[in-house]
Design a protein around this ligand. Structure first.
Ligand code: PMP
Length: 362
């Protein structure tokens, strides 16, 4: 690690792979053979045609989706998808099922309620979202427009161990904070969306994969830029797309593929998470608020015996070059986000720091 880079545990925008940053830096003044920066090229130039097509092809390859799906690059973050999903897919007389597993899921629910009828198929809110609902707890509405789940709950630190079966309902997944952390099971997948700024690239682009059968649902009364069918027809270039963010997300996907794809990435993510959860569970000084079986590979949350110690922990960790460990303001505590690009050495450094902190304060 270059000496000036800290270990960045921030939840997002988050750490990016160093080889990607180096490539961006090297090519920023002039893309090889182009003589211009990627920041300056036309979104209709052959250079960008190639960047976009490659990014789309790599996203397809990583996700394992066929031509039955459109792969789109949008703007407005995952938060705009909270609205676009119901606006496009939830007709006036239909119901959409949502599983409420955390703060982001709640925002998705609230947004959908503005536009249509929502049924909460399951929630663990009365258990402080400390676990993902079990399969038998899901109450699905026959004929619902779709079932929405948040595959990884960034704030509380929980993750679906595997995506639920939906009894034929199209599954809509907010995968903003765990996309490509493991191979994706696309059985029953209707639509997947992910804001890029955690596991995929910089802020400013949202990846959407939508089954072609769903894309035809977009009502023509919607604002044009909010229609999946229009964005798909124009291959993500109905208007100017976020060229730089797509380029960078493309480099991250290349890096993933060049490092062997999602199988070794999952193994690496499991090693990192296990190391950290073992350190948390070891003595009782640290405590993870999420139950085993629902714990996230990406956002590891933990508490200390007092808030005073927690403040001290975060401040001293920061001094030691372990930054971004403060939990989300809505829940407090600590959160170590260890996305794909987060190095294993950083997790070891945190575990060592935790041991030392406990020795002094425990
Ligand atoms: N969903 C999840 C699971 C998230 O973690 C976030 C951002 N932290 C969002 C949605 C909202 O994303 P954006 O800021 O891109 O709108």
């Amino acid at each position: 690690m270059p000496s000036h880079r800290v270990f960045n545990f921030g939840a997002g925008p988050a750490v990016l792979p160093e080889p990607v940053l180096e490539e961006v830096q090297r090519d920023l003044m002039s893309l090889p053979g182009v003589g211009m920066s990627v920041l300056e090229i036309s979104h209709r130039s052959p250079t960008f045609d190639h960047i976009l097509q490659q990014a789309e092809a790599d996203a397809r390859r990583l996700a394992g989706v066929s031509d039955d799906y459109h792969v789109l690059f949008l703007q407005g973050g995952a938060s705009l998808q909270f609205a676009m999903v119901p606006l496009n897919l939830l007709g006036p007389d239909a119901v959409a099922d949502y599983v409420l597993t955390g703060s982001w899921a709640k925002k998705a629910v609230r947004e959908a309620q503005q536009f249509g009828q929502v049924h909460i198929a399951a929630t663990t809110e009365d258990e402080a979202f400390s676990r993902i609902p079990r399969a038998e707890e899901l109450e699905l509405t026959p004929g619902a427009a779709y079932l929405h789940v948040t595959s990884n709950n960034t704030i509380v630190g929980s993750q679906w161990p595997e995506l639920p079966t939906t009894g034929g309902l199209p599954l809509v997944v907010d995968a903003s904070s765990d996309l490509f952390c493991r191979p994706l099971d696309i059985t029953g997948l209707g639509l997947l969306y992910a804001g890029a700024q955690k596991n995929l690239g910089p802020a400013g682009v949202t990846l959407v994969m939508i089954h072609k059968d769903l894309a035809v649902r977009s009502p023509d009364t919607l604002p044009t830029t909010l229609r999946y069918d229009v964005v798909a027809k124009h291959a993500s270039r109905y208007n100017t797309p976020p060229v730089f963010a797509i380029y960078l997300a493309g480099l991250v996907m290349r890096w993933l593929l060049d490092s062997g794809g999602l199988v070794p990435m999952e193994a690496r993510n499991r090693r990192k998470a296990e190391l950290l959860y073992n350190a948390i569970d070891r003595t009782g000084f640290y405590r993870c608020p999420v139950q085993t079986g629902s714990r996230s590979l990406m956002n590891v949350t933990f508490r200390l015996p007092s808030e005073e110690l927690e403040q001290r922990f975060v401040a001293e960790a920061d001094q030691a070059g372990l930054v971004g460990l403060k939990g989300h303001r809505s829940v407090g505590g600590q959160r170590a986000s260890i996305y794909n690009a987060f190095p294993e050495e950083g997790v070891s450094a945190l575990v060592e720091f935790m041991g030392e902190f406990e020795r002094i304060h425990g």
